[in-house]
Design a protein around this ligand. Structure first.
Ligand SMILES: [Zn+2]
Ligand SMILES: [Zn+2]
Length: 71
């Protein structure tokens, strides 16, 4: 799979990850890496894991997530 954003720029770059939102291939340059806390449901109630999960998105989805919602 090639990077979707690079393809838009008529470049031919192999994707290193897949956007978890839109499913397009993304290269290292176009990848936005974020972490999120993993939610565990245990018997005594919800708790948060010590480790964060890795999340890779394309720039489009990463930028959309960082924008504050329109009011
Ligand atoms: Zn790219
Ligand atoms: Zn995306």
């Amino acid at each position: 799979m090639n990077c979707f954003d690079c393809t838009q720029e008529r470049k031919d770059v192999s994707a290193v990850a897949v956007c978890c939102h839109c499913g397009t291939g993304i290269c290292a340059e176009h990848m936005v890496l974020t972490t999120e806390e993993v939610h565990h449901d245990v018997g005594t109630g919800p708790s948060w894991g010590k480790r964060s999960a890795r999340r890779a998105t394309c720039r489009t989805c990463g930028g959309a997530e960082q924008e504050s919602p329109a009011t």
